[in-house]
Ligand binder design. Structure first.
Ligand SMILES: NC(=O)c1ccc[n+]([C@@H]2O[C@H](COP(=O)([O-])OP(=O)(O)OC[C@H]3O[C@@H](n4cnc5c(N)ncnc54)[C@H](O)[C@@H]3O)[C@@H](O)[C@H]2O)c1
Length: 311
């Protein structure tokens, strides 16, 4: 059978949520995988068997250079992943998400690693006036520092691609859910609601709950990431989601119904920096990558709950 077209991959952030699923897919394809993660959020047990873990920081040039030794392709997922925390913590956000990315980029230039798959985000987009799916050409006017940092990474990659001989692929992930998402009060509304409901506490909805998101299963995001690396799509930007809009009220109702129907959600003021509507048009990824997301929230949610219960 034809291989993926590369032998050795570095996955930064590979002990985290999405990165560990990407690493697992790559190991399954017979790729030699090295993970670079500082374990600030990620955990050792997420790193798949057969992958090598280097504990270190993407802001540290010497560490990144060592981690890139012998590598054909880098999947750069290490980041501080919180829109909300990036408002107060904008400096730290930029240190990791902008300077960390530039450190990896610089090391790729030194080590002549050309293939670079970059985990960007729906946070790069301007808020949309309706929940209609937005294509990759939707204006990029981030309303959070996190979005600014992710967009800066995209721009650096595309701007330097010619000069450095890089082949960047940019993937704008939307709200990803699934097993192994680490719990913080800021990231992953599905994980946060499950945790609260399992503790007998009501989910807290910020704003009126009618904000709409695209919730995409982590297995689909990992598939898209690995597919992109195998296609001839250097320089392209892709939305990765499902194209379906779900309100936060609907998510809360689904989870309360599953976990504790006597609990009603509570409401709190909306947070600055969060998009009202965040739903992608994924036709480009379907067409050029053969991406076909299979996981529907209502079908996958029991698996995710079971994972939380099993911990
Ligand atoms: N989860 C989502 O819904 C979502 C949506 C859009 C984009 N993304 C992007 O996808 C990528 C993966 O996100 P995730 O949800 O798996 O988050 P995560 O927090 O589980 O994974 C990020 C990993 O990076 C590691 N890390 C953080 N700072 C580091 C540093 N300075 N050096 C080395 N490692 C460091 C963390 O320990 C963690 O394991 C991120 O780039 C994120 O911005 C995620």
């Amino acid at each position: 059978m034809k291989g993926p077209g590369f032998k050795r991959a570095l996955v930064t952030g590979g002990a985290g949520f999405i990165g560990s699923h990407v690493a697992e897919r790559l190991v399954g394809l017979g790729v030699q995988v090295r993970v670079l993660d500082n374990l600030s959020v990620g955990v050792r047990e997420n790193v798949p068997q057969g992958a090598e873990l280097v504990v270190g920081d993407v802001r540290d040039a010497a560490t990144v250079e060592r981690a890139l030794d012998g590598v054909d392709i880098v999947f750069h997922l290490a980041a501080r992943v919180s829109i909300r925390a990036s408002v107060d913590g904008f400096y730290d956000d930029a240190q990791t998400n902008v300077m960390g990315t530039l450190t990896v980029l610089q090391a790729c230039a030194e080590q002549k690693v050309r293939r670079f798959v970059y985990a960007s985000s729906m946070g790069v987009y301007a808020d949309a006036p309706t929940p209609d799916p937005i294509p990759e050409t939707h204006p990029t006017e981030p309303i959070s520092p996190y979005g600014v940092g992710k967009l800066a990474g995209e721009k650096y990659l595309l701007c330097l691609a010619g000069v450095l001989g890089l082949e960047p692929i940019i993937l704008r992930y939307f709200n990803t859910y699934g097993p192994r998402q680490g719990y913080t009060p800021y990231v992953g509304v599905i994980t946060i609601f499950i945790k609260r409901l399992l503790a007998g506490e009501p989910p807290v909805i910020f704003g009126d709950g009618e904000q709409r998101r695209d919730f995409v299963y982590v297995g689909d995001v990992a598939d898209a990431t690995v597919l992109a690396a195998q296609k001839d799509v250097a320089g392209e930007v892709f939305n990765i989601g499902t194209g379906r809009a779900t309100s936060v009220n609907e998510v809360a109702a689904l989870l309360c119904g599953k976990l504790n129907p006597t609990i009603r959600p509570e409401y709190a003021p909306a947070h600055p920096g969060e998009l009202r509507y965040s739903v992608p048009d994924i036709s480009k990824a379907r067409r050029l990558l053969g991406y076909d997301p299979k996981g529907r929230l209502e079908d996958k949610i029991d698996e995710v709950i079971a994972w939380h219960l099993g911990r």
